[in-house]
Design a protein around this ligand. Structure first.
Ligand SMILES: [Zn+2]
Length: 227
């Protein structure tokens, strides 16, 4: 362990002083706004869901919501900076238990932001599709997904089984992301949705598109979605 007899202020790569606050207040503000909006939409109730954005790639730093915070009431202080191993490097609070998943997605997809919701429709559909994934095809709204330019598209969202040990589940997530290079997100069974984008705005649009499509499919099938 490094000897730290004298408490000199740490400096980041640009030579700026590291502070107790997140090094990117703009990102913290944007993550907070998404928390408020998603709470209002019913996609992150009861402290559920977590959101992150890449602060820097080398070294890898994410701004991520802390665990157990009410997304409707959260402030910028509920967003901390973590390093590539998930350790807090700025701000204070415990990062989301699923921080390792955010890091895995950023690495695998080169994403600039990762958003995770616990909506009613994603929970229902993640439970109903039995063959390892959910297919969505033929809808105009699919064109809202990155790189999709026609309704004539088949989106396949893999479904992972839920766990309370996400750190150990990272290899499983990495292999699914590798096996499904075109997937814009994945579902966790009886749990919710993960999606991502090149930045927070891009990822937010993908959540809106996918949540819209989940609701369309769920309402259309009704109780037939039950396994
Ligand atoms: Zn979750």
């Amino acid at each position: 362990m490094a000897c730290r007899k004298t408490r000199r202020p740490r400096r980041n790569r640009d030579g700026a002083k590291a502070s107790r606050n997140l090094s990117s207040p703009t990102l913290a503000k944007q993550v907070t706004e998404i928390g408020h909006q998603f709470y209002a939409r019913g996609w992150a109730l009861g402290t559920s869901g977590n959101f992150s954005a890449v602060v820097s790639r080398d070294p890898l730093r994410l701004a991520i919501t802390v665990s157990g915070v009410d997304k409707g009431l959260m402030t910028e202080h509920d967003v901390v900076g973590i390093d590539e191993r998930g350790a807090v490097v700025s701000g204070s609070g415990k990062p989301s238990a699923e921080a390792s998943l955010h890091l895995a997605i950023v690495r695998a997809r080169g994403a600039g932001a990762v958003l995770h919701t616990h909506s009613i429709w994603s929970t229902i559909l993640s439970d109903a599709a039995a063959d390892g994934g959910l297919a969505i095809e033929g809808y105009e709204m699919l064109k809202g997904l990155s790189g999709v330019h026609t309704h004539d598209h088949r989106e396949w969202l893999p479904i992972l089984d839920n766990t309370q040990d996400w750190a150990s589940a990272v290899p499983r997530v990495e292999s699914i992301l590798q096996e499904q290079p075109h997937a814009h997100g994945f579902l966790i069974r009886k749990h919710g949705l993960y999606t991502w984008g090149r930045d927070l705005g891009d990822a937010k649009r993908q959540v809106e598109i996918l949540e819209f499509l989940f609701e369309v499919m769920g309402r259309k099938r009704g109780m037939a979605w039950q396994p």
